[in-house]
Design a protein around this ligand. Structure first.
Ligand SMILES: [Zn+2]
Ligand SMILES: [Zn+2]
Ligand SMILES: [Zn+2]
Length: 589
């Protein structure tokens, strides 16, 4: 059973995680005598930064209409939407290796898509893959392992071992790992990146010597390239490495080149922007060959297998619309992942499958969230399906360049909420997304409840921004500091769940996540001063906790596949604990 002090400790640990420095010699890193001088305090990573944007110029989080309070499902991109019939098989699509019951088919209007030849049950894992490349958002670098994409707490939950401090790469001081094993596994990919980081850090320190030139933990945000540049770097270095060994492109490069790029329809301004981004990328790549502190010239892309600038433009454009949000096992957006095969799934605002990372970034699963009949297309959603129609359509048009003609978009009137309380709610959600909302500020809590009360009177719990605000209220109140805030957080999640059931498809993992959050709060042991002193009161709390956690476990299995991922494991352990405690209480009666 999780206790109040456990929750509090877990939260505090996020602020005061001990930093240890990896021994560079162990992995072939050059030792640095100045390593390890960092400030051990880490800025708490913003749980809400939307990492979906693929922007090479800036590290700034993309401000999308989705909120931290609404969980993130990986949203790929690809061709166009629309239920595609009739379909045909094209010999060009045989480069993809899929399970025998899945086929790449083409149709008029939707282009390529993935179809099933057999009946599929909800909760089945349709495709288990590893992203070709995955990188953390800059804001996550110092709190999450760059090898397994788990935080130390998640890593401990996975291994069943005590929580270990996160360890910093001693050579570049920008990349962190949960273990020596993770660092070793990542070294081949990280090696050129590590060298580039050293050069960039050297240049930054030289410019800022007036400020003591001393870098503290978390300050890599100031000089580390955006996730898009780092992702492209890893991809291009991997290609170069394999070309040097075999004298030709690796087989997987054909999948990268076959991605839709829409480059022929790009507006001139966009082409110019990509042109500037190519310059940044060339500069970054060349840093890997430079001595630390040098300012290298932009790389000659012929060395990397590119014979024209058109090829690079094509690659950047393709990755802009085909990359996924890398999410944590609890659906928080933490970075960017590229997987050409997973990007073949087309979009629907009422998807029958989702893309999730149930156990960390090394595993990228496509899971069926409803039963699917033979011959049907497998559809995932590229955006948060709980958003109003207008927001969804705008995002799909702006980011992926298509008009969604799914049944939810074609029918019905406006879903846009209006009113000053809506505007204020949106403002709070925007701040949360930027990471500037202070959860400990009493005024924040007061403002939230003063908006939510009138909003829930006139709008349904499923509407935007009510659903997101209810989840935000529970998040802000966790861990609860009083009996009243505990009760309010529980009520908020119960309301959020009733709303989410109306906007998410039945097996969607967000439903399992809300139930898990709700169940965890119910299972939380209250401190003695809250007055839960007798057995009857404890049983009154534990009985619904068991029910909600059991339901959460079932829903997580549906949304993440068998086992329900790391959150499923956590919920299962918690439920067993509550059941054991209930049994003891009943025996003592
Ligand atoms: Zn790790
Ligand atoms: Zn490094
Ligand atoms: Zn739609």
């Amino acid at each position: 059973m999780i206790s109040f002090s456990d929750l509090k400790a877990a939260r505090e640990a996020r602020h005061h995680r001990p930093i240890t420095v990896l021994d560079g010699a162990e992995t072939g890193h050059a030792s640095s005598s100045t390593a390890g001088s960092g400030d051990p305090s880490i800025a708490e990573p913003s749980s809400c930064a939307c990492t979906r944007a693929f922007n090479l110029v800036s590290n700034a989080a993309f401000a999308s209409t989705s909120t931290s309070a609404s969980a993130s499902i990986s949203t790929p991109s690809s061709t166009t939407p629309a239920p595609p019939k009739p379909t045909s098989i094209d010999p060009r699509d045989t480069i993809y290796t899929l399970p025998p019951f899945l086929q790449v088919r083409r149709s008029e209007g939707s282009g390529r898509g993935i179809y099933t030849t057999k009946r599929i049950k909800a909760g089945s894992v349709l495709l288990l893959s590893t992203p070709r490349v995955a990188v953390l958002s800059t804001s996550q670098l110092s709190s999450t392992c760059s090898g397994c994409f788990l935080t130390p707490q998640e890593s401990a939950l996975k291994s069943g071992q005590p929580v270990q401090g996160i360890k910093r790469c001693q050579a570049c001081r920008a990349t962190y790992y949960c273990s020596i094993a993770c660092q070793r596994n990542d070294w081949k990919e990280h090696k050129p990146e590590c060298q580039a980081h050293k050069v960039l850090r050297g240049a930054w320190e030289a410019r800022h010597s007036g400020e003591n030139g001393k870098l503290h933990v978390g300050e890599e945000k100031k000089w580390v390239m955006s996730e898009a540049v780092r992702g492209l770097g890893r991809l291009i270095w991997a290609r170069k490495r394999e070309r040097e060994v075999s004298g030709k492109d690796p087989d997987w490069w054909a999948e990268i080149e076959a991605m839709e790029s829409h480059v022929e329809t790009l507006p001139v301004a966009e082409v110019m922007r990509f042109g500037r981004e190519i310059q940044i990328l060339r500069q970054y790549l060349s840093c890997a060959d430079a001595a630390s502190g040098d300012r290298p010239d932009p790389a000659d892309m012929v060395d990397y297998g590119f014979t024209s600038s058109g090829q690079l433009l094509n690659l950047i454009s393709a990755l802009t619309i085909n990359s996924f949000t890398l999410s944590s096992p609890s659906l928080s957006p933490i970075g960017l992942a590229m997987s050409p095969i997973t990007a073949l799934f087309n979009h629907s605002c009422r998807p029958n499958a989702v893309v999730v990372f149930p156990n960390g970034g090394g595993e990228m699963n496509v899971v069926a969230i409803s039963d699917i009949e033979p011959g049907q297309e497998i559809l995932t959603s590229y955006i948060d399906v709980s958003l109003p129609r207008e927001f969804r359509r705008k995002e799909l048009k702006d980011r992926y360049g298509f008009e969604c003609d799914c049944p939810l978009c074609k029918t019905g009137g406006s879903e846009l909420p209006v009113g000053p309380d809506v505007d204020e709610g949106m403002e709070l959600l925007r701040k949360e997304e930027e990471g500037t909302l202070d959860h400990t500020d009493l005024d924040t809590r007061r403002r939230l409840s003063s908006i939510i009360i009138p909003l829930t009177r006139r709008l349904s719990n499923s509407s935007h921004p009510v659903l997101a605000l209810l989840r935000l209220q529970a998040l802000v109140l966790t861990p609860p500091t009083s009996f009243r805030s505990h009760t309010l957080a529980i009520t908020s999640l119960a309301q959020a769940y009733s709303g989410a059931q109306m906007v998410y498809p039945p097996g969607h993992p967000t439903l399992g996540m809300i139930l898990a959050e709700w169940g965890k709060l119910l299972a939380m042991e209250s401190p003695p001063e809250w007055g839960e002193t007798n057995k009857v009161e404890m049983m009154r709390r534990l009985e619904p906790a068991v029910l909600v956690l059991r339901r959460a476990g079932m829903m997580l299995e549906m949304g993440f596949g068998a086992g329900g991922g790391l959150v499923g494991k956590e919920v299962e352990g918690l439920r067993r604990g509550c059941e054991g405690e209930l049994q003891l209480l009943r025996m003592a009666q």
